[in-house]
Design a protein around this ligand. Structure first.
Ligand SMILES: *Cc1c(COP(=O)(O)O)cnc(C)c1O
Length: 455
């Protein structure tokens, strides 16, 4: 057993700690800046929004951070998640490659997101918080936080992007089942929401707008904090249980990946599966290829600019350096709602700049074709977001076939698609189209990026 695996896993085969990539980076992350002063922010600036333990994790450079026992207790319900070898898919493809996938769809909410929602709810509860606000696109994050809130007795208020609120009632019903309150965004309940509605009464919303509303509400009340399901360092930290488990499970199978694939919306499931392996590489271990896959209709890593930007449309958040399409960018309405964010995690953006990872974008139709093919041999129906990872793994497997290489491919099947059947029905009936973004919209949005002296 490798040293790192021995250190992090306990007898119940679940990680004891989260792994923090910041400890092993060859170059430190650029600082987060205050939008008013342009100066690096300190913990006090974030205190209205997050509990102190989370803020400490956000800026920590410790390699391992202990997972609190109450969090591990809840993880135990579905962790460790299974690592499968896709033997039937390998055979169907006729590839000499070995394909493994980590399946995060076995969590109660059906994706990797409870790995962080449970941790965030725990720290908020421990610091006396009564209520959490958040945003959600298709509803994966909202339902994950609603689940965690129910376990810890926290009130959860979710601003759900209006188009999803109207078109995806089942995730909303799941949030309400867990006891959360769900509001269509933009709403009349916040100044940010009212400002959007004044200009665009028929606005169908965006993640950036919903974030503004959730942040605004949290900043107003002492007993209320804000919770984000992706992008930030602490979120990616919590997701590293995925990669650490995969490392041990592969070791038991006598294997180690040559290439790892993950889909990227804000970067959390991707960071979760890849960072423990990347950290091992940076500490002198085996070098591997790491591939991020994203939708070509919202291509922050492949077409975005690496620049300081706001996390939200209303410009209430600090400025972070990331690959961004600009906070004014509203992607076209494709089905992988979890991948419709204008920015990318600063950590993932940073390692992309350092040349440690590759990125690729895919059209929606190609991605569904891969997902359907996968479901027909492996039986698991992936979430539309996860289909991007399936497609990435498929391309790697076919490359191995062409090159006659028996490489080991690992990908993260980050969630099931049982709440996304409308997307599959649209695909089968030919209604699903590839919707390109508007080049002029993107240019306008990039032109409007904040000017920051530190660049
Ligand atoms: C939210 C979500 C994503 C996108 O978020 P990341 O932070 O990039 O992981 C991807 N897949 C699923 C199933 C999701 O729920």
């Amino acid at each position: 057993m490798t040293e790192s695996v021995k250190y992090v896993l306990s007898e119940d085969r679940m990680p004891r700690s989260w792994y923090n990539l910041a400890a092993d980076l060859p170059k430190a992350l650029p600082p987060v800046l205050h939008p008013g002063t342009g100066q690096p922010i300190g913990p006090a600036d974030l205190a209205p929004l997050f509990p102190m333990e989370i803020i400490k994790q956000e800026v920590s450079t410790e390699r391992y951070i202990d997972i609190p026992e109450p969090v591990r207790d809840i993880y135990r319900q579905w962790r460790p998640t299974p690592l499968y070898r896709a033997r039937r898919w390998e055979k169907a493809l006729g590839t000499p490659a070995k394909i493994y996938y980590k399946y995060e769809g076995v969590s109660p909410a059906g994706s990797h997101k409870p790995n962080t929602s449970v941790a965030q709810a725990f720290y908020n509860k421990a610091e006396g918080v009564k209520r959490l606000t958040t945003e959600t696109g298709a509803g994966q994050w909202g339902s994950s936080l609603a689940f965690a809130g129910a376990l810890f007795g926290l009130e959860i208020e979710v601003f759900m992007v209006k188009v999803s609120f109207q078109q995806k009632p089942y995730r909303r019903a799941l949030m309400e089942t867990y006891g959360a309150r769900c509001v269509a965004s933009p709403s009349e309940e916040t100044a940010s929401g009212r400002a959007v509605l004044k200009e665009h009464p028929n606005s169908t919303g965006s993640l950036g707008i919903a974030i503004s509303e959730a942040v605004e509400v949290a900043a107003q009340r002492d007993d209320t904090k804000y919770s984000l399901g992706s992008v930030l360092n602490h979120v990616l930290l919590h997701q590293t249980v995925v990669g650490q488990e995969a490392m041990l499970q592969l070791e038991e199978a006598g294997d180690y990946p040559d290439v790892i694939v993950g889909c990227t919306g804000g970067g959390s499931n991707f960071g979760g599966i890849t960072f423990p392996f990347l950290g091992a590489q940076l500490r002198g271990g085996k070098k591997l290829r790491i591939v991020a896959t994203e939708p070509s209709a919202c291509p922050s890593l492949t077409k975005g600019r690496y620049a300081y930007d706001f996390g939200d449309t209303g410009h209430l958040t600090p400025l972070v350096k990331m690959h961004t399409l600009g906070s004014a960018f509203v992607p076209p309405g494709f089905h992988a709602g979890g991948l419709r964010y204008h920015g990318m995690s600063p950590l993932v953006s940073h390692i992309k700049e350092l040349g440690l990872i590759e990125a690729r974008s895919y059209d929606q139709l190609d991605v569904f074709e891969a997902g359907v093919q996968f479901a027909r041999v492996e039986g698991i129906l992936p979430a539309p977001e996860a289909n991007h990872a399936v497609k990435g793994a498929l391309d790697e497997a076919l490359r191995c076939k062409r090159e006659g290489k028996a490489e080991t491919i690992l990908f993260n099947l980050c969630g099931h698609g049982h709440f996304d059947m409308q997307a599959y029905m649209d695909y089968f009936s030919g209604k699903l189209k590839d919707i390109p973004y508007d080049e002029r919209d993107l240019q306008r949005s990039l032109d409007a990026l904040p000017k920051v002296a530190a660049e």
